[in-house]
Design a protein around this ligand. Structure first.
Ligand code: AMP
Length: 397
């Protein structure tokens, strides 16, 4: 039995089901530019509707900070949502009060409604009791399908889960199952790859991972801070010299925990931070004073790939280099493709997440081949940091 309550245990027939989804999709010129979050919400919406529940969708959109802001109305998402659901949905101009009640009361079993942006009310982010109560008036049960918002203790992500019988939707369930199989009870050896720009944003994450994984591969700009902490010259590379002590602490903690830290052996360096800047490969012991490390080199890639071949589980956040600027995407692409092949061959469970990581894996054309790719930025990182997410804790038995 799962540690959290799932839709399998919910009797939704004839019930008003408040379903928290994440419809905070990117838009440009009034059009949704990436419908991934909408697509992920579909299975739960359809399942509840097919079982005869009345689906009442709740979501935030943008950061209107407790006021009605027309540009942040969820109404603009309705056409895309209807297109993907292949059905008409009702829309309420407010998520609480008369407008919401009118729309909800008119629903029949199997119908779907969307209520206006929860963040138009200050009580949402404050998790205010009266606002939770006002939301709860329109529902008999609560289903949470927005892992990406679960690191926030807001009224629609956490408050409602304490006020109504609460269950995880299918997207939330898939995310929690993937995350649990990656770090809570993984098949070993486990490798974590942590890349990206700065150590300062990922100190807690690194500290948590050294206790949980067998190999911690550090890439990206943050690897430079570790190299500098070991006394190596990093030229003009992105480097947080003031964090040398923190980097050494992590190295010491890893050694104690029996976690092997894997740093680059060689690097692709350039003198300009731009696409197709002239570049060459050097050992990390010979980075010139005008060089910028913009990617890992071929020896580092081969080393990571050979270790990955021994691993059963991979957790990945952050690129190996400045992947937006070719050719400094080569390290990320190569390791991503190897991880994808091992996954397809059934040898590796691969979980990746975090904003730039999803973009990097899409660019490497492997996102579909990974076991699970989380589109939840902040929530995924907080989970990697080992923190309890309030919106998840509220669904636990
Ligand atoms: P993050 O948001 O922390 O995952 O960082 C992702 C960003 O790190 C991307 O925009 C990359 O371009 C950048 N990045 C990765 N490696 C390097 C590097 N060696 N030098 C500068 N930026 C880097």
């Amino acid at each position: 039995m799962a540690a959290f309550r799932t839709l399998d245990e919910a009797d939704v027939k004839g019930k008003r089901v408040l379903l928290r989804v994440d419809l905070n999709v990117p838009m440009e010129g009034g059009r949704v530019t990436d419908a991934t979050r909408i697509e992920r919400a579909l299975p739960t919406i359809n399942e509840i509707a097919e079982k005869g529940g009345r689906v009442i969708l709740l979501s935030h959109f943008g950061r209107p900070k407790g006021q009605r802001v027309d540009e942040e109305s969820l109404r603009q998402v309705v056409p895309t949502l209807e297109h993907h659901l292949k059905r008409k949905i009702a829309f309420a101009e407010d998520c609480v009060g008369k407008d919401a009640a009118q729309v909800v009361d008119a629903l029949k079993d199997g119908d779907v409604a969307l209520l206006e942006n929860t963040r138009f009310h200050k009580g949402e982010e404050k998790n205010a009791d009266d606002f939770v109560e006002a939301l709860a008036r329109n529902g008999d049960i609560f289903v949470s399908d927005a892992f990406s918002a679960a690191h926030r203790a807001h009224a629609s992500t956490e408050g409602l889960a304490h006020r109504l019988p609460a269950f995880a939707g299918r997207a939330m369930q898939a995310e929690l199952e993937a995350l649990q199989s990656a770090l809570a009870h993984p098949q070993r050896p486990v490798m974590a790859i942590v890349g990206g720009a700065k150590v300062s944003t990922k100190l807690e994450l690194l500290g948590n991972l050294v206790d949980k994984v067998d190999y911690l591969v550090i890439g990206g700009g943050m690897a430079n801070t570790f190299l500098a902490a070991q006394g190596k010259a990093v030229g003009k590379s992105l480097c947080e010299h003031d964090l040398a002590g923190a980097a050494r602490d992590i190295l010491a903690k890893a050694e104690k925990a029996g976690c092997a830290i894997v740093l680059p052996i060689d690097a692709t360096v350039a003198q300009k931070f731009e696409a197709h800047a002239p570049s060459h490969i050097v050992s990390v012991d010979h980075v010139g004073e005008n060089d910028m490390i913009l990617d890992v080199g071929p020896k580092s890639i081969a080393h990571v790939e050979s270790l990955l071949g021994k691993c059963k589980t991979l957790v990945w956040n952050g690129p190996f280099g400045a992947f937006e600027l070719p050719p400094f995407d080569e390290g990320t692409n190569a390791v991503a493709q190897t991880a994808a092949r091992l996954t397809v061959d059934g040898k590796l469970l691969s979980i990746a997440g975090g904003g730039d990581t999803v973009a990097a894996l899409n660019q490497a054309h492997v996102a579909q081949e990974f076991s699970y790719v989380s589109t939840a930025g902040g929530a995924f990182l907080e989970w990697l940091e080992g923190k309890a997410l309030p919106g998840v804790a509220a669904l636990m038995r």
